[in-house]
Design a protein around this ligand. Sequence first.
Ligand SMILES: *Cc1c(COP(=O)(O)O)cnc(C)c1O
Length: 370
Amino acid sequence: MKKVRLSKCSISEQEKHAVLDVLDKEYLGMGSETMAFEEEIAAYLELPASHVASVNTGTSALHIAISCLGLGEGDEVLVPSLTYVASFQAITAVGATPVACEVLPDTLFLDPSDVERKITKKTKAIMPVHYASSSKGIEPIYSIASKYNLRVVEDAAQSFGSFRGNTKVGSVGDIICFSFDGIKNITCGEGGAVVSSDDAFMSKIRDARLLGVQKDTDKRFSGQRSWDFDVEEQGFRYHLSNINAAIGRVQLRRLDEFREKRQNIAAVYSKSLSGLNGIKLLSFSYHEIMPHIFVVLADDRDRLREYLLKNGVEVGIHYKPNHMLSKFSTGESLPVTEGIYSKVLTLPCHIDLTNDEQEYVMQLIGDFYE
Ligand SMILES: *Cc1c(COP(=O)(O)O)cnc(C)c1O
């Protein structure tokens, strides 16, 4: 029987060579590869290099961002419940409280009216999530943020390489956090980045990723160590290694190829599934985004899921809402999110998915609803 994978990375000989080069040089930690990776991410986003700081995971990017905003005990962050648990854990990691919000049913993006309803005196920030790489509808969130004087930390873990209109995601906004984990749009193996044009904030991030050691980033980038230093702030061991950065640099060069492939997969699914009774597509601009996952809303989702699994097709559920997890439950229900949770199904989408495999998936779905 065929086995169709849900997601995977695509590693060529180039990434392997890049890693071997780093190993040969025997400088594995944060150094010249990391610096070059940051500069190249910044160049892609058309930003000064100082506006980008790489870190070791997307979760670290979110955590360090919340931490460097000075949030802690008693502060509230508004966040959609329908997100990976990383968003919530990053908030509670500093002692702050995630306030679970609804999403809009067509885009699964943070619902601005629910956000505004849940603002209190304790609210300090909003964390919109680029669900399935789409950030359509982020403007009203920024309007609310400026009206109430709140910071915005975008969880853009899934949307590196995407556009919003003609704008590259990450090139505008308050604070944007990316992930380069094993299955994201580009990978470093594990990696992430914080992007912001707030210079004071970025300077804090650069220190905080190296245990708070002041100006250590400059030293590491020139191959030196800090022996006499001061530490004033909480820091973490969140820097990106040369090994991981070397993988990311090659992946970044393959971004256009990757984007085209993912957009193609999404276009084929959209065309084939749009007329189907039982499947509802999300209203995304697939020619603008670089879809990390392809999600549909399916009637009788659990039976369809079983059917696809039984026939060798891996599918996913993004996500079990965080307000339904023991750690984050407050007893409050979110009816829209819970309704969506019963329908979301993620179909295979990755660089090496073949036309035949995709055809097979669509055929099975067609047969199921016949
Ligand atoms: C992947 C992901 C993260 C976490 O990124 P890691 O690099 O895996 O730590 C956070 N939020 C969302 C929405 C993600 O998809």
